[in-house]
Write a new protein. Structure first.
Ligand code: LMR
Length: 404
């Protein structure tokens, strides 16, 4: 039956993990996938997660029954507060339809599916994606019949934000366009708008009646501060820009494999939110029936207990600060010791898990082939893959690749 099925290429990010694992070279480095590693290059189980795992194991009241279709209630409400702020007007006015999802990817999918069915499109369904963006965004929207179309975001000369290009695209877009925005720690560039720039972006979005599709996969990871990293989302909610938020706990709780996430659709009234929630529930039922319970229980315990919450915040700081210090170390090696040609300020100016080095696909491939350093072709590096033991090896080879 499947003679006509073409062979698909492997996923551009996860193929790097496979190749890295299979590589016997002792000094190999994996800066491909965005997954946190400690200074020993090991996955880090957050101490607070270890603690709540033990609590769950010893809880005789827990079973393996189905969760409600929209997820664990105490998880969903706490997750909404975390991203929107506990004093959010949208929450006090009961205007948020929240659903537990299969991590951030599932939230993106459910949000896209909902839009594909119910958004009042101005013409053909199109989503505007930053150029560049997480490669999976293209596939997720295409899967539900929404065509992706880039907007300018990154400026290759400044290795920073193409602010004028971005604002121009917002102004030129047909009214009621859907713009996917990275809430913080833009993937793959690590380049975020400033608070003033977000304000101007919101102005144009309101003027044109655009819809903000926020993807928030790195709350806490950008600055080490959960509230600060939620600025854009909360500001847009305050300004009443129509929006939804996709939320992931993969990175900030180190729960990659547990697939804990949520989708929050902000509505204008409680009644509208009730209708939206009812349709999200119908869509969720046909896709996954009920979301998984374990990860949601873990996160719910952390979010709903003040001591555990404080402990989690400390764990997040541990991760964010290691990444910030490794940025500085890399910057110092390149600029002071190796005197690598070019300007490397972006290494310390960019935020979050990733750095967009500015090297081209040929140079990236040279790093893979010659130095066993695994990174995506666009020159993105996951800073978490660097540590005190491999940073010199990485910097020296980046230097070589840049010199050609
Ligand atoms: C990444 O961009 O490396 C991560 O978000 C992992 C993924 O799902 O691609």
């Amino acid at each position: 039956a499947w003679q006509q099925v073409p062979l698909a290429p492997p996923d551009s990010i996860f193929k790097l993990t496979t190749a890295y694992k299979a590589d016997p070279f002792p000094q190999k480095v994996n800066v491909g996938v965005g997954a946190y590693r400690d200074d020993h290059n090991k996955p880090w189980i957050l101490p607070v997660v270890k603690k709540v795992t033990a609590i769950l194991l010893n809880d005789p009241t827990l079973d393996h029954e189905y969760l409600p279709i929209t997820g664990l209630p105490e998880f969903i409400s706490a997750a909404a507060k975390l991203i929107l702020g506990s004093d959010s007007p949208a929450l006090s006015e009961a205007r948020v339809a929240s659903v537990q999802t299969i991590s951030g990817t599932g939230a993106n999918h459910l949000g896209a599916l909902f839009l594909s069915r119910y958004y009042p499109w101005n013409g053909q369904p199109v989503v505007r994606l930053s150029n560049p963006t997480w490669a999976n965004h293209y596939a997720i929207f295409k899967n539900v019949g929404i065509a992706p179309n880039d907007y300018p975001y990154y400026h290759p000369v400044t290795i920073g934000l193409d602010y004028d290009g971005f604002l121009g695209a917002l102004r030129d877009a047909v009214p009621r366009s859907v713009f996917l925005l990275h809430a913080c720690a833009h993937n793959p560039t690590g380049v975020d708008p400033t608070e003033e720039q977000w304000a101007a972006i919101a102005d144009v979005m309101l003027e044109k009646g655009h819809y903000a599709f926020f993807d928030c996969a790195y709350q806490g990871f950008a600055s080490g501060d959960l509230d600060r990293d939620a600025f854009a989302v909360r500001y847009f909610v305050g300004r009443k820009v129509p929006l939804l938020v996709c939320q992931s706990f993969a990175k900030n709780a180190g729960l990659y494999g547990e697939r804990v996430g949520a989708l929050h659709v902000i509505s204008s009234t409680t009644e509208e939110a009730t209708r939206v929630r009812s349709q999200l529930s119908v869509l969720q039922r046909s896709e996954i029936s009920n979301p998984p319970s374990h990860g949601a229980r873990l996160v719910s315990l952390i979010l709903n207990n003040p001591d555990l919450f404080e402990e989690w915040k400390r764990d997040i700081k541990t991760m964010a600060h290691r990444i910030i210090s490794i940025r500085q170390e890399l910057y110092d090696l390149l600029t002071q010791e190796l005197k690598t040609p070019g300007n490397w300020d972006h290494i310390i100016n960019q935020i979050g898990m990733f750095s967009f080095t500015g090297i081209n696909p040929t140079q990236s491939q040279a790093l893979v082939d010659k130095a066993h350093i695994y990174l995506t072709a666009n020159g993105r590096i996951s800073m978490a893959g660097l540590n005190s033991k491999n940073i010199r090896y990485f910097a020296e080879n980046l230097d070589k690749a840049v010199r050609g």
